[in-house]
Design a protein around this ligand. Sequence first.
Ligand code: ADP
Ligand code: MG
Length: 228
Amino acid sequence: MIELKKIYKKYQVGDAESQILKNINLKIEEGEFTAIMGPSGSGKTTMMNILGMLDTPTSGQYIFNGKNISSLSGDELAEIRLKNIGFIFQSFNLLKRSTVMRNVIMPFIYAEKPNGNAEREKKAAMALKKVGLGQEKLWDHLSNQLSGGQMQRVAIARALINNPDVLLADEPTGNLDSKSGYEIMNLFIDLNKQGHTVVMITHSEEIAQLAHRVIQIKDGEIIKDYRN
Ligand code: ADP
Ligand code: MG
């Protein structure tokens, strides 16, 4: 489903050039639950942004569902992202003064998809039910009125709106207390069982142990890749 081949990423800051990812080779099969671990600054987010097509590598190939994505145009990439990839962030990235419902339908608004509001809201309602936010009266609340765990559920519902094959999560429990973190982790386990391939960056050994596979990154390189 996902294949990175000899991926390198460097950043130019002023005169200095720093190599952030070095020769990343990685294959992720459909249905896998993969945890990515590594020290701060090791390149985890950079790799995740490349997987999510939010960033492009300096060199190397990225094959997604059999397609070499480096040959695609910006519009084609946006289309794949919208349909196939759900992204979840540590800090939720919700529009704080917008309602739960509006946050969840946001991918359609950005994509300027022609679907009518009724259809958007029907899909959003399905996604909200999937993440345990089925109570309709909650959907009109502003997202900043929610608890952290609820905010992350809204963000996951937004990621699920198009029923994507892949969920990419960058430290999704990093801003949550341990109880909500555990609940969110269980939600990812459920979503994985329902067929979504999950790639999750985490600092938690406990969480990584629940994944099928753990990849450790250090200084921009994969130093360990094992199955639980
Ligand atoms: P991690 O997620 O593992 O903490 P990151 O992928 O965020 O690590 O960052 C890896 C390194 O790349 C860090 O040293 C960071 O400062 C650097 N970096 C990330 N993004 C940029 C950028 N846009 N420009 C320059 N350096 C960057
Ligand atoms: Mg990071």
